[in-house]
Design a protein around this ligand. Structure first.
Ligand code: CTP
Length: 402
């Protein structure tokens, strides 16, 4: 997303200016053309030379320091920018923007630009909570300025609370998310399950599978990007919750997943069951660690509840999407599952194909709807497969609800 993008970075006077250096560096590494505009206050904390070196571009501070006679710098920069980020944004600059004051290079450019403007505030916790600041931010948000909320934690002024500039990587991810958003699923609740389940045998051992949760997490992110309110029910995985309107509920066993899914099923519009749920669990869960014995060990397993089948039996308005992880005859088995579990669509995955299935960042899938129409999505990152799947699901969902 950042490759070749013209990014104007406004840096205002607060101790968090040092984090803006990191932000400049990261954006430049991502391929963005970064031009930094500093307020006088910001230059008290870090020299413009630092930003010049990191962005490999001239840094602007003074409105009247017109370097090239043929162009008016503030108008030129305002037109040039595709995305404007103010990080850190002080209460003072936020206040000026809310009242249309243009008394320095940065506020002048921001008044003149048509770029999307992202504001990442950083200030003392009480300043942030002050009604004047809150009201100014609300006013700007109503004018479509987008705020990247400060994090909570230790503040340089000694307080612990809200006001700390969000981490550069989170600022970048939040902007990416916002830029890629659509309204396909606005007002809809999407329930996604992801990851494996773990079924305990004793306090130290369990049965599980190779699911990493990556496909399910990518789907949760893609659904949130499409404007949905997402509930992500996740088995044990090593993944961060994606940015966006996502409520994550962690579960361990198939039984816990069953309960969590049913709790949210009634209010969901679309349900995507990407989780690799255990089909069996040990019939007896030993309270103490099992000691080894002579000879072979036989463990009796019992069936878990098939969550997807139970949803298919009871669904009313919900659009139900299942997954099929197969190693042989994927399309045939997938079609059978679609029919037998009463699904609206199924995503079929041959986990033995190179670049598909568990653990890897890419996938190859076939999406099949109720009319048995097939869409093969060739090798691509799971994030891309996820956004394609969300589009396909949206198409069929609209068809169903029309
Ligand atoms: N699934 C489920 N509950 C289970 C087992 C599976 O909800 N106890 C769901 C998965 O989330 C997935 C779909 O069923 O969406 C298919 O899972 P898969 O293991 O491929 O198929 P099964 O129906 O379990 O059939 P089989 O193992 O025989 O292939």
């Amino acid at each position: 997303m950042w490759q070749g993008k013209n990014v104007l970075l406004g840096v205002t006077g607060g101790i968090a200016v040092y984090k803006a250096c990191d932000l400049t560096s990261k954006l430049t590494q991502l391929g963005a053309n970064v031009r930094v505009v500093m307020t006088e206050g910001a230059t008290e904390f870090v020299s413009p030379l630092t930003f010049q070196a990191l962005s490999r571009n001239e840094v602007y501070v003074d409105t009247f320091d017109e370097k090239v006679p043929e162009i008016i710098a503030h108008v030129d920069l305002a037109d040039w920018a595709e995305i404007a980020i103010i990080a850190p944004a002080t209460a003072n600059t936020i206040g000026k923007l809310a009242y249309g004051i243009a008394d320095n290079m940065l506020t002048t450019i921001l008044l003149a630009t048509r770029a999307d403007i992202y504001i990442a505030p950083a200030m003392n916790v009480h300043m942030y909570a002050h009604p004047a600041v809150q009201e100014n931010m609300k006013k700007l948000a109503d004018w479509n300025y987008y705020f990247i909320e400060p994090g909570s934690g230790y503040l340089a002024c000694g307080y612990v609370g809200k006001g700390r500039l969000e981490e550069p990587l989170t600022i970048i991810k939040t902007i990416e998310h916002h830029q890629r958003r659509s309204t396909l699923f606005e007002g809809k609740k999407v329930l996604v399950t992801a990851g494996p389940t773990q079924e305990a045998l004793d306090p130290v051992r369990f049965f599980t599978n190779h699911s990493s949760g990556k496909m399910g997490y990518a789907l949760a992110e893609a659904a949130a990007l499409a404007g949905a309110e997402v509930v992500l029910i996740s088995g044990p995985v090593n993944l961060e919750t994606p940015v966006g309107n996502i409520q994550r509920i962690d579960v361990t066993t198939a039984e816990e997943m069953y309960n969590a899914v049913w709790e949210h099923f009634e209010t969901s519009d679309i349900v995507i069951k990407a989780a690799a749920v255990a089909d069996y669990r040990p019939s007896v869960v030993h309270q103490e660690k099992m000691k080894k014995q002579q000879g072979a060990l036989q463990i009796e397993l019992e069936r878990t509840k098939d969550i997807l089948r139970s949803l298919g039996e009871k669904k009313t308005h919900q659009f139900l999407v299942g997954f099929a992880a197969e190693t042989t005859n994927p399309i045939e088995y997938g079609r059978k599952k679609l029919r037998e579990k009463n699904l609206d669509a199924i995503v079929i995955n041959n986990v033995t194909e190179a670049g598909a299935g568990f653990g890897v960042d890419t996938n190859i899938v076939t999406y099949m709807n109720k009319a048995m129409e097939e869409h093969r999505l060739t090798l691509a990152p799971k994030t891309e497969i996820a956004s394609r799947l969300v589009e396909l699901i949206h198409q069929d969902y609209e068809g169903k609800t029309e």
